[in-house]
Design a binder for this molecule. Sequence first.
Ligand code: GTP
Ligand code: SPV
Ligand code: MN
Length: 582
Amino acid sequence: MTSRLPALNDWVDQVAALTRPAAIHWCDGSDEENQALVARMQADGTLLPLNADTHPNCWLHRSHPEDVARVEHLTFVCTEDRDDAGPNNHWMSPADGHAQMDELFEGCMEGRTMYVIPYCMGPIDSPLSRCGVEITDSPYVVANMRLMTRMGALALARIEREGSFVKGLHSTGELDPKRRFIMHFPEELTIKSYGSGYGGNALLGKKCHALRIASWQAREEGWLAEHMLIVGIENPQGQTHYIAAAFPSACGKTNLAMLIPPDAYREAGWKVWTVGDDICWMRPGPDGRLWAINPEAGFFGVAPGTSEQSNPNALASLQSNAIFTNVAVTDDNQPWWEGLDKRTPAIDWQGRAFDPANGPAAHPNARFTVSARQTPSWSEKAEDPQGVPISAIVFGGRRASLVPLVFEARDWAHGVLIGASMGSETTAAATGAVGVMRRDPMAMKPFCGYNFADYFGHWLSFDGDEAKLPKIFHVNWFRKGDGGDFLWPGFGDNMRVLEWMIGRVKGEAEGVDTPIGILPTPEALNLDGVDLTGEAREKLFGVDTDGWKAEAASIGEYLSSYGEAMPDALHAQQRRLAEALG
Ligand code: GTP
Ligand code: SPV
Ligand code: MN
């Protein structure tokens, strides 16, 4: 098979000449194709069947033990001018990047099948959607792309109609961390990824296309590509507000997107609808509001910590047709991970008999892949070509100290500063140390495909006369007390904070002006049934002026580290913060 688009056929021919596969398979996305692929992967051990009575059509994949997370130190943005990639990215010239990658790809598919995957990010008929083609030698990637994107014949038809697409070339290679690179060529809308079969390194539609390349395109075309969930909150009157929230990797997006409200809220008629759990593309509509789509069609979610208590919607969606990567299994071959329940697993994520001396049974970055439609809270609006109008944008990170539960930006530019100065402790979603505080602006540190200084400028540019922009908030579900425990119950109780935000959007909820922004008094939040200690009340709803003075100074240094390119308006916002703190 070939396509009706010469540019696509030529590229496939070039890649085949370089990688020399034994066969080429154009993916049509059909069930028959998937069944044949799954059978082949079961035969060669890539997929292991899970208990078919409890988890029909569910599969376990064990990745190479040194290939379990994104690799930020091996991820590059290759632009002609180094300043376009910015200090926030590893950079290489496009010529050097191609040379280095093509040497790795040379002959790498000998004896293997090369899969050509046409995919669409976003509803197939949405003007906000964008298409790409991933070429890979990994059938596991094909099976995951089928769940995570609109993949196959319809996407190919759109690509043939539009004539343009993002080119992604991937090979698992030898899985040698020394021969592993993920490179982006935004000026050519091209991605090359070699040496990893894992998640964000290999499913090129996700972080590589929908964030790094798309953020570049979004700047050129006047929209935003963000690491955000999208959730709809329906009040008892039947009115739904959509909220987009940026939290760094493994900091609570999936959980907030699938939140189940506390009993009293549910009894009163509140409902929560999931539109997206990881990526949000948004653009100003004719009415001046920001309209958002979820470019993905599935969830690649963190398994550990997912339970009937923390995220029942996720758990319900994982009973069938799911792929589990690097989880443990019980003695009756059910998937298991830390935090799921009190059972003891039999086999760990590396296939060994479980022994606590070897560490956790499931890898801390073990993941599930599942079609979004299987989630009970799935929103019909996720298929709406227009997207959904965003009422509030939320930034948040893991901050054990200093940062209160929630505060609101005074205006858009202040909100951009709040996003730009976000900090969070690192997690297992990327290789490297866990728990180290770093600046992760708008949760995009690993994903912004261009200079952060230009990116902040792009955010500021949305504040025009006709704009009806969302309110911006900052949250911190992860504040700890002196004893080291989380002070806020989190999960479903986060609904209380969302209700306050919607109240603010409607001009109904009370807030107090402080130097860092507008905070709720504890009385302005509905805390019925929540038992907070005196320490919790003080730390969740207070502003530590001395601590914030030090933070404001550190934010100033961070902004200055970008040199001349940093917009003056952000420096002005930082000065205003420092002065307000006295
Ligand atoms: P990526 O898929 O990596 O982008 O992550 P994510 O932002 O979707 O994170 P996810 O919702 O999967 O949460 C990651 C971890 O944070 C899990 O272990 C959750 O149990 C934990 N978590 C999520 N929400 C809360 C919360 O409100 N409070 C606390 N204490 N932990 C939370
Ligand atoms: C993240 O790390 O933010 C993820 C998982 O959502 S991955 O697809 O590996 O990037
Ligand atoms: Mn993510």
